[in-house]
Each structure stands twice: as C-alpha cells, then as structure tokens.
Design a protein around this ligand. Structure first.
Ligand code: AGP
Length: 611
C-alpha cells in the first residue's frame, strides 16, 4: 500500500527521496511524487502516474533541488490513478505540501467546509483536504496547525508535511498507519517502512497513534495529541539491508521461497528446549491451557490460511474448538468471545487494518489476546505487547505474494497445537517428543523439496495458458489448497479456486471438462482412499490431474493422476508444510511463464493498511 518518505539534512533531498520510494515500491503503487523546498523557500512538486521510472524521467527533464522534502508512492483509494491524484498535494497557494497513507473518513464534510472557506480542490483524493485544512489552521506555527488538524481528522493516516514558512522543518503524524522516523549526523528521515531508512540509520522511532513529530537539523521532537513532548526508546534494526534485496534471484518471491528452510529453523530455534514440557516461549500457563474453552484465529489472506492450519492442528492435538476467521468479517459480525477464550491475530506485517480492528474489537470485549507476527515493532505486535506476540522469524518479506511468512506462521500454529496438546494432556508425551524431534528435520526436508523447481518450470511451460485451475485436497490438504489458489491468482492472474475434494460433486464438478487442470495435494494417509475416489471422478470428466504427493503414497496415487510431484515423507502434521513449497513454485513458474510482474502484481499492495 502507499509509501511515504521524508528527508531533512544537508544533502540534495530528491535523490534520497527517490531511493526511499524505490525501496518501498514492493508495497504496490500506481503513481508517485515528491515535493522539495528550494533555496528560495519555494515548494516544487513533481508527480507522475505509473511506475517510478516515469517520475525519474520527469525529474531528469524538470529537476528540483533543495535539502528538505517528502515523497510518496500512491495506491489509489479515492480517485483513479493519475498525475493530479498522485501525492504530494498542496493548498491553493502551494505553500504547504502533504503526503498521506490511509483514508480520511470525514473528507467530504471537511471538503464542503473548506470549499465554503475559499479552498479550491483540484484532485478527487481525500488527502487534498489535509493540505487545505492545514492552510486554514496555519497561524505561523505548523506544529499547532497539525495538532488542530489531527483533532479534526477521522480515519487513518501517516502524514509527511512541509511548509514554505518553516523551510527547515519536516512534520510527521500518524494514526492507524505506520510511520518510522530516524536521525543520524544532522539528517532526519521518515518512512512508512524500515527498508527505506536502512541505508541511512538503524536506530528508529515508531510514532504512536495521534502523535506528531517535528524533524529539523537539531533532531527529532515527538509530541502527543495535546502537544506535550514524549520520549521514545530507539529501536535498533538488526537485520541487514541485503536481506531485503534480491541477492541474485530473478525475483523476491523466488528468493523468499528459497529462504524457507532457514526461516523454519529460525522460527523454531528460540522455542526449542531440552526439557520436556518447557513452553517458556508461550504466554499461557498449563492451568490456563486446561481452562481454555475456545480459540479464535483471525487474519486476512494468506495469514488467514495459516490460521486454518492452526484450526485443524489445534483441534486435532489439543481437543479444543478453534474458529479461523477472516478479519474483515469478524470485526463487524458482533462476535461472541468471552472468558477463557483466546483471540489470536495472525499478520506478517502487523499493520493490516482489518486484522488490527478485529484485534481491538476482541480486546474491547474483554478477550485475552495474542498475535503471531513477523514485523517487530509493528502496530499489532505493540498493541498485544511483545510478551504476547509469537514472532515468526521469516526475515523481511518483500514480495507482495507471501511465502516464507506463511510457512513460519503455519509452523508457529503447529507448535502452538503441540504445546497446548501437551499442557492439556490430550497428547501423549511420546507423541509430543516425536513431533518436536521431527520439527528439527523439517528445514532439511524443505531444502529437498526446493529441488522440484525444475519439474515445475517444465510443467508450467505446458500449463501456463490455462484459464482456470482448481486445487483440491482434504483436511490439512484442503487448507493448503486455499493458499495455493490464492498464490496462483495473485501472481499469474489465472482464475483459481480451492475445493474440499469431498465437496466437488456438490457443484464444482459441473465445471470440469476435458483439458481443465486440477492440482491435488495428497499428504494425509488417512484420507487417501477418499481423495483418490474424488480424483477418479475428476479424471472421468477428462480433466488433467497433477498431484503434490508424499513419497510413500506415490504408488497408490500413480494410476489416478497424470503427473506426480513427490515430496519427502514427514509426519501427517508437517507434510503439508513441505507440500506448500511446490505449490508456491507452481504459482511462481506459471506467473513467469506468462510474463507477469511477479513481485508487484497488479492492484495488490504488500501491506493493506486501509479497510
Ligand atoms: C499474501 O500473498 C497476500 N498478499 C495477502 O493475502 C496477505 O497475506 C494479507 O493481506 C495479510 O497480510 P498480513 O499478513 O501482513 O496481515
């Protein structure tokens, strides 16, 4: 979703802003722009629809100079992608420029009010009201004007503001939309995500909701909504910029698929213990675990699919009812959640607006809350607190299509299921030990599975022109199929759907005809016979079936499918984690074969910070 950058220092701002925008481009965008204050204290704005290259070209023909500026990549919410709707937006005189992430919900009433006061709007965006509002409120002190403005704005925002009457200052504000700031050697930086700051500083501050910041050559000052100064600890970023770069791979998505063995290992390592029954990493006591009556796992997209893995696993091992639900539904359906129930938000970014709102709703209703999250210091992690956050250690995930984050989220779900099963006494100790033992071997097996890439490349070259693909499976394999279908549609734009294999004949089978492609996942021996009889119904209709299948089940499957992609044997609980790798590679290879922009699929954003 939109990206913000800001700079104040001694160097030319434009190249720094453009570099920051480039680092944020993975978030998805449809236009970009920058505003820089020049030596005469005039704000110059350049914006262009489309890729950042268009803005680069514009800046070549029409350069802007100065040491203070803001920049933005826009992902349209109000108004089509266009030069005019791109940020920064200015007031009528062009003396105040604003970049904004989020949605101003009361923009219409503010627009009417400001129009009556003489403002002339030129864009269709909600953001433009902020520039006019600041102009209306400005009485010689931008800090005061910004504080007044945020008391009038409803909705979500991360803001960067520059003003020609305070040419050496950059202002920022946030509410429900992430904003990170940092300083080093007389320079200050702001951005909506850490990668944009990393080449300048590793020590950053996360602004909190309703706070504003004033950045100038002497440093950073943060104020709460009443204008009272606040102190924030510096957060030291310990991952390297190289982990957010492609490192020789053609795409981030491929690199991140290949990072999964390491991500699995890093996520388990801090939770591995020599002492049986030691779950110090889990903020739930054995007594609380025994008293639990229900768990709600709430998330969006891929994270939701990891939640479904959690549902199957926890119900199976800990004999505890689990609801896995989409956050945008949960937040508005008047959910029932009460005593002895646990709410778990799952989110890679920790910034997804719907997941955050669902979490707040659950908290408001008095639920005990936890999070599974990849980004340290993100809003969800902070709202739940580090002690209640089960971090995934996937490292920065840049590709819009989530892969390694899903893998580690699913791994944490399985760990949680084992721990709860052990603490509740529903899982015999020998089984707990065997599972935890096997978890150690998973990264090695995942490395083996990565070798299927060549096979999938060949397969994709024969299948990439398919218009529809169905993914089928039963139990955990169905949960996996949902993720496979999402991955394929995201990156290749092929219409893909997941069905529980047993559900096919209740409707979807009507869509099967000669030439249709069905991808079956087969990792659960107890469901094998049932799945095979479903697949025979599929092949009888002339559809082409390819199976992702556990090595030990291959012989039984061979006669019912056209092609098999085998994965190493593993426990029923872990085999689906291995099976997801060929499914991710399948989506990737199909997208590459179709010439799609794999890392930045159309219309998608990495972090969906608006509703
Ligand atoms: C995954 O490939 C998607 N791009 C998307 O579904 C994503 O998983 C979803 O938006 C949730 O994001 P989060 O994990 O950052 O909350």
């Amino acid at each position: 979703m939109c990206g913000i950058v800001g700079y104040i220092g001694q160097r030319e701002a434009a190249p720094i802003l453009m570099d920051g925008l480039d680092k944020l481009s993975y978030r998805g965008y449809d236009s970009a722009g920058i505003a820089v204050i020049d030596g005469t204290n005039k704000i110059n704005v350049r914006k262009a629809k489309g890729k950042l290259e268009n803005l680069v070209n514009l800046l070549e023909t029409s350069p802007i100079t100065g040491c203070v500026g803001i920049g933005h990549t826009r992902w349209a919410t109000h108004g089509e992608p266009s030069d005019i709707n791109a940020h920064p937006h200015t007031d009528v005189k062009g003396g105040i420029a604003v970049v904004h992430n989020g949605i101003i919900e009361n923009h219409e009433s503010l627009r009417n009010f400001l129009t009556a006061e003489g403002a002339v709007f030129i864009s269709q965006t909600d953001t433009e009201v902020i520039a006019h509002l600041l102009n209306h409120l400005y009485k010689g002190n931008m800090k005061q004007a910004l504080l007044r403005a945020i008391s009038m704005l409803e909705g979500s925002y991360a803001l960067g503001v520059v003003c020609d009457e305070e040419p050496g200052v950059l202002y920022c504000a946030r509410n429900d939309s992430p904003l990170v700031i940092g300083e080093k050697d007389g320079e200050c930086f702001a951005a909506s995500d850490i990668p944009a700051l990393l080449s300048h500083t590793r020590d950053v501050i996360f602004l909190k909701d309703k706070e504003i910041a004033r950045l100038d050559k002497s440093g950073i000052s943060v104020y709460d909504a009443y204008g009272t100064p606040c102190q924030h600890p510096l957060f030291h970023v310990d991952w390297d910029i190289s982990s957010a770069e492609k490192g020789g791979y053609a795409h981030y998505m491929l690199k991140e698929i290949h990072e999964q063995p390491e991500a699995l290992q890093k996520t388990y390592a801090p939770r591995r213990s020599q002492n049986p029954g030691d779950y110090a990493w889990l903020p739930i006591s054995p007594e609380d675990a025994r008293n639990l009556r229900k768990i709600s796992i709430v998330a969006c997209g891929t994270a939701y699919h990891a939640g479904i893995v959690g549902k199957y696993a926890i119900e199976r091992l800990a004999r505890l009812p689990v609801e896995a639900e989409i956050a945008s539904e949960y937040r508005y359906r008047d959910p029932i959640i009460g005593e002895n129930e646990l709410f778990i938000a799952v989110s890679q970014s920790g910034e997804t607006a719907d997941t955050l709102a669902a979490l707040r709703e659950a908290k408001r209703r008095g639920a005990r809350v936890m999070a599974v999250c990849n980004v340290v210091g993100s809003t969800i992690a902070r709202e739940v607190g580090d002690a209640n956050t089960l971090y995934t250690y996937a490292g920065p995930e840049i590709a819009v299509a989530s892969t390694k984050a899903y893998m580690t989220q699913a791994e944490v779900m399985l760990l949680l299921a084992i721990a709860l099963g052990d603490m509740r006494g529903t899982l015999p100790r020998e089984r707990v030990d065997a599972l935890l033992e096997e978890l150690v071997t998973l990264p090695k097996k995942a490395e083996e599975v990565l070798k299927t890439e060549e096979h999938l490349q060949r397969f994709a070259s024969t299948a990439s022109q398919k218009k529809h693909v169905f993914f089928v499976g039963r139990g955990l394999d169905y949960a996996l199929s949902m993720e496979a279908a999402l991955k394929l549609k995201e990156v290749s734009y092929i219409f893909s759907e997941a069905y529980a294999a047993g559900e096919l004949k209740h409707g979807p089978i009507a869509l099967l005809q000669p030439g249709r492609l069905v991808v079956a996942t087969i990792t659960q021996p107890s469901l094998l016979d049932k799945t095979l009889s479903n697949l025979r119904e599929v092949t009888a209709r002339g559809a082409r079936v390819v199976a992702i299948c556990r090595e030990s089940l291959q012989d039984k499957v061979r006669d019912s499918v056209e092609e098999i992609i085998a994965i190493p044997d593993a426990d029923d609980l872990f085999a689906p984690l291995l099976a997801v790798i060929p499914l991710q590679l399948f989506a990737y290879c199909m997208a590459v074969a179709r010439g799609c922009d794999v890392d930045k699929p159309r219309n998608l954003a990495k972090s969906v910070t608006v509703e």
